[in-house]
Ligand binder design. Structure first.
Ligand SMILES: Cc1cc2nc3c(=O)[nH]c(=O)nc-3n(C[C@H](O)[C@H](O)[C@H](O)COP(=O)(O)O)c2cc1C
Ligand SMILES: CCCCCCC(=O)C(=O)O
Length: 360
């Protein structure tokens, strides 16, 4: 790419040219054959938009709310670890970009900057903290306390990583975060095990976690809890019973269990299962304004993006992330205008149809 990026894929193309194999592989990789990774994007192409006309779209209002907080448009930042391998400013740049674009930022437990540093660099705006529940419960509780003290608005508990899946690119490169990218939130755990990230995760993560543990952690914080990594109606119902405020329909960007469905294809099922008892968000393969439109039509309150934010960081730090968000915002606005929607509430399920399944 010689000129300024015009779509999200341009940022990845740039990253491919400038990043070293280890970090590039870590950001790009999916699990195993990367079937779900590809499917996350392909599945969007099978959903078609049925536009309405003559509906006064001279101005479109993209604003919406998440857990009662108003944001300018329903595209938010998903948690991604080790952002110091994308740009020296890492999570500080990302949090500031999200704040300046007035959307929601989610900070990963595995961040290269600390909770306190990110919080003081971006003290306002809607900020979620993503939590991995560790074997060492004291570290986990400390993380919750620190996020709460720093004013984070919600806790996003990731539940699809009892173990790290087999990610071939990482195994081949023996990826381990470089010194400027290592986790800043705690010192426990190995980064330099014989198989890089894998031994690090095996050491930290608690694979014995159950719904009962979730109830305990929920009672431990005043922050609303969102569960990230739900793909079935059954688990969505259990999440509602556990009293969560939100569900993130996610397959971890195709990085965990391979061959699970694309998130866009299970979204409507999860939305129906929760019967409006909590908010539902979605991530995975969102790269176009039309993708955002389809997810909203199928019931998502907002979408989150992972890799595009990382590639925006690689492109130009905070400004790069803002550009990624701006492009997606503009594309969503255009999709809305061209399909006859003047505001987010008008994006309804009758405006999309699945190529093979017919009308919803
Ligand atoms: C490089 C990278 C690091 C990630 N790190 C985390 C993490 O620390 N915690 C988490 O819950 N999800 C993590 N994820 C998953 C994302 O939050 C999100 O689910 C996924 O990236 C969405 O798919 P997309 O990249 O196609 O937008 C990571 C994803 C990537 C690509
Ligand atoms: C302790 C879990 C580390 C996982 C690494 C971050 C992540 O979620 C990813 O997909 O990569």
């Amino acid at each position: 790419m010689d000129s300024s990026p015009v779509c999200l894929d341009d940022f990845e193309e740039h990253a491919v040219r400038v990043l070293a194999q280890g970090p590039l592989g870590y950001f790009q990789t999916g699990a195993d054959d990367e079937i779900t990774l590809r499917e996350n994007r392909r599945a969007f192409t099978r959903w078609k938009i049925l536009p309405r006309v003559l509906r006064d779209v001279s101005s479109c209002d993209l604003s919406t709310t998440i857990l009662g907080h108003r944001i300018s448009f329903p595209v938010c930042v998903a948690p991604t670890g080790y952002q110091g391998d994308a740009h020296p400013d890492g999570e500080i740049a990302t949090a500031q970009a999200a704040f300046e674009m007035n959307t929601c930022y989610t900070m990963s437990t595995m961040s290269s900057k600390s909770i306190e540093d990110v919080s003081s660099a971006a003290p306002a705006g809607l900020r979620f903290f993503q939590l991995y529940i560790f074997k060492q419960r004291d570290i986990t509780k400390q993380l919750i306390r620190r996020a709460e003290k720093a004013g984070f608005n919600a806790l996003v508990v990731t539940v699809d990583v009892p173990f790290l899946a087999k990610r071939r690119k990482d195994i081949r490169s023996k990826y381990t975060p470089s010194p400027q990218a290592r986790t800043a939130n705690f010192t426990h755990g190995l980064h330099d095990g014989p198989d890089g990230l894998h031994s690090h995760v095996a050491e930290l993560i608690d694979p014995s976690l159950t719904w009962d543990d979730l109830t305990f952690f929920k009672s431990f914080t005043k922050m609303p809890v969102i569960l990230k990594g739900i793909l079935t109606a059954e688990d969505a119902k259990l999440a509602v019973q556990a009293g969560v405020a939100g569900i993130m329909v996610s397959n971890h960007g195709g990085r965990q269990l391979d061959t699970v469905p694309a998130t866009i294809d299970v979204l409507a099922e999860v939305v129906a299962a929760v019967e409006s008892k909590c908010e539902v968000y979605m991530d995975g393969g969102v790269r176009l304004g039309t993708d955002v439109f389809k997810a909203l039509a199928l019931g998502a309150k907002a979408v989150f993006i992972g890799r595009p934010v990382v590639y925006g960081l690689v492109y130009n730090g905070r400004e790069g992330v803002k550009k990624v968000l701006q492009i997606l915002r503009d594309e969503l606005e255009s999709s809305m205008a061209l399909s006859g929607c003047a505001n987010i509430a008008e994006i309804k399920s009758n405006l999309v149809r699945h190529l093979f399944m017919g009308k919803l």
